[in-house]
Design a protein around this ligand. Structure first.
Ligand SMILES: Nc1ncnc2c1ncn2[C@@H]1O[C@H](COP(=O)(O)OP(=O)(O)O)[C@@H](O)[C@H]1O
Ligand SMILES: O=C(O)C1=C[C@@H](OP(=O)(O)O)[C@@H](O)[C@H](O)C1
Ligand SMILES: [Mg+2]
Length: 186
């Protein structure tokens, strides 16, 4: 299965719902769910501890390795909000089906408490400045986008599933059409 790859990759700001929604979308599609942060935590302990003991660059190396591994698996893939800032990940994701999740500053405030995200010690102001630095990358990579600020997770998950199914239906006929036109020339 050397050519396995994610059916869908979820990117976006911390607290936009990538982990929760990814799990639901994968469940509805009946395929595996991979969250790079969850894999890192399972193998290396809490993200906040990795940051405080080894620093952010070390975390980013672990994250890049987790992304590379997941790119070879058939799954719905959710990554941490900063993963797309790695140049190789950005280049890889440009060739994948990517959904961006957005959330308003008002809605995210209650979602980013709890101290699990070491870059967000400064609360919503820290979140805003992170998003400002990354927004162009999120926009550039996204094939579609959903806002999670005010609608139920299940509704959004279902819409994303419908979109993926539609995209997959488009993929096959166009591949067939290319083959047919090639055949016609010979
Ligand atoms: N559509 C939504 N409506 C309400 N709460 C949400 C929604 N999406 C996510 N959340 C909440 O936001 C928090 C962060 O979600 P999570 O999936 O961990 O985001 P991310 O992985 O993007 O950081 C969780 O507590 C989750 O329950
Ligand atoms: O935005 C970031 O740089 C980070 C986001 C987090 O993931 P979520 O986006 O899933 O919260 C986690 O990877 C880490 O705390 C760093
Ligand atoms: Mg997450």
């Amino acid at each position: 299965m050397a050519d396995a790859s994610p059916v869908l990759i979820l990117i976006g700001a911390p607290g936009s719902g990538k982990t929760r929604l990814g799990k639901r979308v994968a469940g509805e599609l009946g395929i595996a769910f991979i969250d790079t942060d969850k894999r890192i935590v399972a193998e290396h302990g809490p993200v906040a501890d990795i940051f405080s003991e080894h620093g952010e660059p070390y975390f980013r190396e672990l994250e890049r390795a987790a992304v590379e591994r997941a790119l070879g698996e058939s799954c719905v893939l959710s990554v941490g909000g900063g993963a797309v800032m790695h140049p190789a990940t950005r280049a890889d994701f440009a060739r994948q089906r990517v959904v961006r999740l957005t959330v308003s500053a008002e809605a995210v405030a209650s979602r980013i408490t709890g101290g699990k995200r070491p870059l967000l010690g400064g609360g919503v102001d820290a979140w805003k400045s992170l998003v400002e630095q990354r927004v162009h990358v999120y926009e550039e990579l996204a094939d579609a986008s959903w806002d999670t600020s005010s609608r139920p997770l299940d509704t959004i998950a279902h819409e994303i599933v419908e979109w993926v199914v539609e995209q997959q239906a488009h993929d096959t006929p166009s591949a067939t059409a290319v083959q047919a036109s090639t055949d016609a020339q010979h």
